[in-house]
Design a binder for this molecule. Structure first.
Ligand SMILES: Nc1ncnc2c1ncn2[C@@H]1O[C@H](COP(=O)(O)OP(=O)(O)OP(=O)(O)O)[C@@H](O)[C@H]1O
Length: 773
């Protein structure tokens, strides 16, 4: 029985333009009917007269959405608000260079109204709107790749709520069918004289017609959702307000909700005609409510007042003081920005740049590295959104060097010109200054994370370690700082890949001048290496480098904090504590082993050019060491695996391969001692064979691929024959039965099959093409 009265807050923001009623949609004239299409090419829509079949994946997507019982159906609102906000960003950006773009309506906002009577929710924006053709394209063409990805995600989730992530796949609009069985979109673009209506019930097709109501929007888009029977809960004003609040927090345009509130009004005593609106004086009773109630109790009447209520009043998060922002708000902002509602960034930094160039920025470390990060380095990342004085400009620009392009976030700059093209902007001096500053800030953030939370830093390094190494290779300016952030496996604690170069240096032994390292495919493999024997026995720490990029890293970063890196599989190994006495001992040993060394050098001349007494070995008889400019076994395998077919690389690789290796022998090993004890005459063919096999097993252990695998197998077999007393030249008696011919029946059956149609394997040209693409 209450009076209902509409109060209009702002003259240009009137009561909601009613959404299209179901009857109005029914009565649309001159409608053209289309089926939903896959892909994004501009000519993919077709009229209903064509027999194009709807793509099965799109049918699956639609039926999944229509029949969805997901409890997160509410996300349709997030998707629509996000689309509206994008459309507003677009028109605002256009208006920077062409102010007349706003002539139809200068107010940029989103308004949402529920109407329980017609069972609809209407979302209106004053964004760019869509022409007739755009309605057909944008809402009728469903991203094929996004659809497949989304479907596999949802269908594999086994009851999970992955429909929530729909916005990541470029098919967000279709979430309207989670709650509506009929949707109409009226839209007016500056580029089309007329306002058009798109309408669909999500079964395969949609219609488009000129809006019979004329141009009611001026500019923008109005989406009317005719709610499903079981989705009426969204009409509830409080529930809707909560939802709009939830999804509008990080939207940079005002969002209004058509809301009711109770208000008390007082009728003047002398009032004669009841209900005449002119006689109703609205007053706010907050201040002197008590007195008035006392005075005139019977004169107070409650009415329900409708008006637009602004829901999001917050400043953009990045404009607020970092101190006043809760972690939860940063995380929610990340989720809204990335459209990944359930992921939590590893860390973030909120920067306010002052001085020459004023800007603000929030940068996040995403929880996981994009699996294609390294493959896609050549492509532009769309990870950073650029604003100029709160106006969204673009996310197609490069703020960071490639190795940091995994960071996601926003930059809002004050000193950039608003009205230049995106390309010119990229070159702008202020943007370069911001970029430099932010790279430093990002490195600070990593350092801080390493200091505050070792475990989280470990997680970070696991995801982004290779990117940082890439940074250390590429950036002369930041190499030192990045090097400090690197973590390696090491003999200090082989189970944890968390050794920093600083901590290595802090554990270095007296007079040790090099940082020892050894590379290999895995920690387990490296641990087996003969090169480690003496170093570890003497208590030196060795870094274990297991990533392909590590070799390149060391080549570009010869040292750290005054200590050089030393590959323990290469060249002449120095511990740093060698003195005169050692040298004398060495000389004596050299004399003792001289003739063995000469003999070995001649016998293995094809493989090595030097034989020395080892300082690396304790328990192995020998090891193969690469020359300083040669390739270690690990490196040789890596390069072979990468298939170096580039000519220049080949020359380089051949040069490096041609660097002969050094054979180091262990003078304390019984085999070597026994060999050294023999006279040259005793070195017969048998001994040569044994030494050859010893050399080959050494090559394997030193990480080199065998050049003559057949020869090696034969030599081993000979040795075994000798060992077990079998004849050296007796051959294996071969006694095998030949396979039988086909029977007559089998032949006939085959012929019959070949003649039948089943045998024709049809080539699907389209799918072929698709594969190639
Ligand atoms: N309110 C709107 N105003 C203008 N254009 C819109 C509006 N809503 C949707 N569109 C157009 O329709 C397209 C399809 O929207 P949809 O939500 O399915 O995908 P998207 O916005 O491209 O990607 P995502 O789902 O990741 O947000 C948009 O790219 C946009 O061009």
């Amino acid at each position: 029985e209450q009076n209902t009265q509409q109060i209009v807050l702002e003259s240009d923001h009137n009561a909601p333009v009613p959404g299209m009623t179901a009857e109005q949609v029914e009565q649309l004239e001159d409608t053209e009917k289309f089926t939903f299409q896959a892909g994004s090419s501009s000519s993919s829509s077709s009229s209903s007269s064509s027999s194009t079949k709807i793509d099965t994946e799109i049918s699956r997507l639609m039926s999944l959405i229509i029949n969805s019982l997901y409890k997160t159906r509410e996300i349709f609102l997030r998707e629509l608000i996000s689309n509206a906000s994008d459309a507003l960003d677009k028109i605002r950006f256009m208006a920077l260079t062409d102010p007349s773009a706003l002539s139809q309506n200068s107010k940029l906002s989103i308004s949402i109204a529920a109407d329980p009577e017609s069972n609809t929710i209407t979302i209106t924006d004053t964004g760019v709107g869509m022409t007739r053709e755009q309605l057909k394209q944008n809402l009728g063409t469903i991203a094929k790749s996004g659809t497949s990805e989304f479907l596999s995600k949802v269908e594999n989730s086994k009851g999970g709520d992955d429909v929530n992530q729909i916005g990541q796949f470029g098919v967000g609009f279709y979430s309207v069918f989670l709650v509506a069985d009929k949707v109409t979109v009226a839209s007016k673009s500056n580029d089309d004289d007329d306002q058009y209506v798109w309408s669909s019930q999500a079964v395969d097709d949609f219609v488009i017609a000129k809006d019979p109501r004329g141009n009611t929007l001026g500019r923008g888009t109005q989406i009317t959702l005719h709610l499903k029977e079981d989705a009426k809960e969204f009409l509830d004003e409080k529930a809707l307000r909560d939802l709009v609040t939830k999804y509008s927090e990080f939207i940079n345009f005002p969002i209004y909700l058509w809301s009711s509130r109770e208000e008390e009004i007082i009728k003047e005593k002398e009032t004669g005609e009841d209900g005449d609106e002119d006689d109703i004086v609205e007053e706010n009773l907050e201040d002197d409510e008590e007195d008035k109630k006392e005075e005139d109790k019977e004169q107070v009447e409650k009415v329900t007042v409708f008006d637009w209520e602004r829901i999001n009043t917050q400043k953009p998060l990045w404009m607020r003081y970092a101190k006043e922002i809760e972690d939860e708000e940063y995380i929610e902002f990340y989720r809204a920005m990335t459209k990944e509602p359930s992921s939590t960034p590893l860390s973030w930094t909120h920067v306010k740049g002052e001085g020459d160039t004023e800007y603000r920025s929030i940068m996040y470390i995403p929880p996981k590295v994009d699996p294609n990060f390294f493959q896609n380095l050549a492509e532009k990342a769309h990870n950073v959104r650029l604003f100029v004085k709160r106006v969204f400009i673009t996310d197609e620009f490069e703020l960071f060097p490639k190795w940091l392009s995994f960071l996601k976030g926003i930059v809002d700059a004050d000193d950039l010109p608003l009205n230049v093209s995106r390309e010119t902007l990229q070159q702008h001096r202020a943007l370069r200054t911001i970029s430099k500053h932010l790279v430093k800030k990002a490195l600070d953030m990593f350092q801080q994370l390493a200091k505050d939370d070792e475990e989280k830093y470990g997680q970070f390094f696991k995801e982004y370690g290779s990117a940082l190494k890439y940074g250390a290779i590429e950036s002369n300016t930041h190499r030192k700082k990045i090097a400090g952030l690197l973590r390696f496996s090491s003999s200090y604690d082989p189970t944890s890949p968390g050794v920093s170069l600083d901590s290595y240096i802090s554990r270095m032994k007296g007079s040790q001048s090099s940082i020892f390292f050894l590379s290999g495919m895995s920690v387990e493999e490296i641990e087996q290496s003969p090169f480690l024997e003496r170093l570890l026995a003497r208590g030196y720490e060795v870094l274990y480098l297991t990533e392909p990029i590590d070799e390149m890293l060391i080549q570009n970063m010869p040292g750290y904090n005054g200590k050089l890196f030393a590959n323990v599989a290469k060249g002449d190994l120095k511990f740093g504590d060698e003195d005169q006495e050692d040298a004398l001992d060495q000389q004596q040993l050299d004399e003792e082993y001289e003739s063995l060394q000469t003999w070995l050098k001649t016998t293995l001349a094809a493989e090595i050019d030097k034989v020395t007494l080892s300082k690396r070995l304790t328990t192995s008889p020998m090891a193969i060491v690469a020359a300083d400019y040669g390739l270690t076994g690990h490196m040789e395998r890596l390069m072979a695996a990468q298939g170096q077919n580039n000519k220049d690389n080949d020359m380089m690789m051949n040069f490096m391969k041609m660097q002969k290796k050094t054979l180091e022998i262990n003078p304390k090993h019984p085999i070597i001692k026994s060999l050294a004890g023999r006279s040259i005459d005793e070195m017969d063919e048998d001994t040569k064979e044994l030494v050859m096999v010893l050399y080959e097993t050494t090559a394997i252990r030193s990480g080199y691929p065998l050049s003559d695998l057949n020869g090696f197998t034969k030599r081993v077999e000979t040795i075994i024959r000798k060992g077990v007393g079998a004849s050296l030249d007796e051959e294996v008696e071969v006694d095998v039965e030949e396979a039988p011919e086909k029977s007559e029946e089998e032949k006939k059956a085959d012929e019959a099959y070949l003649k039948s149609d089943d045998s024709i394997v049809e080539e699907d040209e389209d799918s072929h093409l698709h594969d190639e693409l």
